[in-house]
Structures are given as C-alpha cells and as structure tokens.
Design a protein around this ligand. Structure first.
Ligand SMILES: [Zn+2]
Length: 345
C-alpha cells in the first residue's frame, strides 16, 4: 500500500466512524485515534522513511490535508451532537399551554374595607382629602373641643374606654377633625373625610360592637349651608344604595352640630313601599349630620362669624349590613373565612 492509498484509507475510515458518533466522549476518543500522537498517522509517518527526499514535501502536504479533512469531520459531528442535545432538551421542556394552571388562593380586602374605599372614592372625586388620626386620644380632642365639657350629660351617649383620666380610646373619628382645624390655624377652608376604627363600651350583640368603623366628613368654609349638606348626603345615598334614592332629614341633637339631623334614605329594597328591612316605613336611618356648632369652630380657632361648616358621620358596618343583608355585626370581626369569602370582588 502506498502512501496515497494509506491516507485515503484513513480518511474513509474516519468518515465512516465519526459520522456514527453520538456523544462527546466518543468523539474525543475518535480524535485521539485519528489525530492523536499515537494515532493512525504514526503508521503513515513510518512509510515516509522509505520515500526519496524529493517526494517528502509532497507527502507532508498530503498528510496535512488528510488531517484537516478528518478535523472537519470531527467538527461537523461535534456540531451535530450539540444540536441534538439542544433539540432533545427543547422537546423535553415543551410547555403545554392548554394544561390548567396551578390554583392558588388570592386574598382580598375585607368587606368593611371595600365599603370604606367606595365611600372614599366618592369623596375624593368631590375634592375631599382623606385624613387619619390616632385611636388613643386625649379627652380634650375627643370631647372638650367638640362642645362636650367634662360634666356634659351628652357624654353618656358615648360610653367610653378611659385609659387615664385624660386619655381614652376615641369614641368617634371627630378628633381627627379637631386636629385638622387646629393644624389649619383657623385660617384655611377644610374639606376632609376621616375614616377609622372607634371604640365604645357596649355589650356586644347582633347590633352592637365595642369596636366599629366610622367615616366622618367635615367641610368648613365661608359659604357653607344646609343646602350643601343635603346635596352631599344625597350623593352618598345614591353612591351606596344605587341611583334614585331619596333622603329625608329629621331634626335631632348632637353636641357638635347645630342644627342637627338624622338622615333617612328611601329603602333600596322596596323603593319606599315598605318591607321588613325598612320595617314597613319605606325609610332607613343611616347617618347623622348637621351644621358645625359655633362653639366647635371657635374652640379650634375658627371665627364663627366668618366661617360655617357641615359635618356628617356614617357607620360603615351599618351601611354594609343594609347593603348586603348581614344580620349580625359580630360577623365582621370573627374572621370566619366563609363569611369573608362571600364578598370577593
Ligand atoms: Zn323597604
């Protein structure tokens, strides 16, 4: 066998074997076998010794060409193996988008938060600012500056959790209004909505809770009248109980407002005809309101000859109970998931 034949034989053998290789490991073995120091070309080199000197360069060239051809077989096969691995991976990891997803529990806001946010949205739209304040208050802000001095009989209307003689759990969100009026220094108009938890010493039953939520609104400006209050109350009624509600104002008494009114809304269930929700009257009592008592304005630095104001207070639980037919206030606080889940948005 001459050199040419030998080289051809090696190339053919290399092509045959290398194209069958499936792994990198085998590929490395093949490289050692054909191109390694102890590889098949060693035999070829031995043949070189017998060649005449002038033929040796030509022989060297042929040998290098053969090596390059084999290297190209190895390179091609390496690429083929890599492609196969990627293809296999892709096939294995294909995502079936028609499979159902993993279900997971999503939390939600509590129904009282939902009702609160609904009312907040309405008032933000009317240019009100949402204000919050501490739940542990001083007597001065919770009572005295709201026209309820220490021995005032109306304090009995709000049985109070006292912490010390002068600190207490706020019985309404009105102290936030006092704080705001003091902050404004009796100078600027005010338009605020104050939502939050309040506390009263009550025996818990289906309609009473020692802790509940209130939203109070306060507007103070130079031209504020009962007509403005009435328009605002009507907006609340329509927002909370649907368009077409009517309101009825009945004279009442609160120490911090004068005149004061109880606000009834025409029954959303029977549309005023009379049903068990409105106890046959066609009206439901939902909130209290009034024009801010001059003493309250003066106590927080507002000149009552220049400024007037109106205020209203909504019980959030009461609204939610009416709206969703909830018959026990305690259900809001017992954290029974079956109750809470009913109000998923
Ligand atoms: Zn009714």
């Amino acid at each position: 066998m001459n050199v040419n034949e030998r080289l051809e034989a090696i190339k053919n053998e290399a092509q045959e074997q290398i194209t069958l290789i499936k792994s990198m490991h085998e590929l490395n073995d093949a490289k050692a076998k054909f191109l390694g120091k102890k590889g098949l070309f060693q035999d070829v080199m031995k043949l070189m010794k017998d060649l005449p000197n002038e033929e040796r360069p030509k022989f060297g060239k042929l040998t290098n060409e053969a090596k390059q051809v084999i290297q190209s077989y190895l390179d091609e096969q390496r690429k083929a193996i890599e492609d196969a691995v990627i293809k296999e991976q892709l096939e294995k990891e294909t995502i079936d988008v028609t499979l159902p997803g993993k279900a997971f529990n999503m939390g939600q806001t509590h129904i009282l938060t939902q009702v609160t946010e609904e009312i907040e949205d309405l008032f933000i739209g009317m240019g009100y600012e949402i204000m919050e304040g501490p739940e542990v208050e001083i007597d001065e802000y919770n009572f005295e500056k709201l026209n309820l001095p220490k021995d005032h009989p109306a304090r009995d209307m709000q049985d109070t959790f006292y912490i010390t003689e002068d600190t207490l759990l706020r019985t309404h969100t009105s102290p936030v209004q006092v704080r705001t009026m003091l902050d404004k220094g009796g100078k600027e108009p005010i338009k605020i909505l104050c939502p939050g938890k309040v506390y009263r010493r009550d025996d818990d039953d289906a309609t009473h809770s020692h802790q509940f939520m209130q939203i109070e609104g306060l507007v103070v400006d130079e031209q504020v009248s009962m007509a403005d209050l009435k328009g605002t109350l009507l907006a609340i009624a329509n927002k909370m109980f649907g368009e077409g509600r009517n309101i009825r104002l009945r004279p009442s008494y609160f120490p911090f407002t004068e005149p004061s009114v109880e606000v009834d809304i025409s029954c959303h269930n029977c549309n005023g005809k009379g049903c068990n929700i409105c106890k046959g009257t066609g009206w439901i009592e939902v909130l209290g309101a009034g024009l801010v008592n001059n003493n309250v304005l003066e106590a927080s630095g507002y000149d009552s000859t220049k400024y007037q104001g109106f205020a209203f207070g909504i019980g959030v639980e009461r609204i939610a109970m009416l709206k969703y037919g909830i018959n026990d206030i305690r259900q809001f606080y017992t954290n029974d998931i079956r109750f809470i889940d009913q109000f998923k948005k």
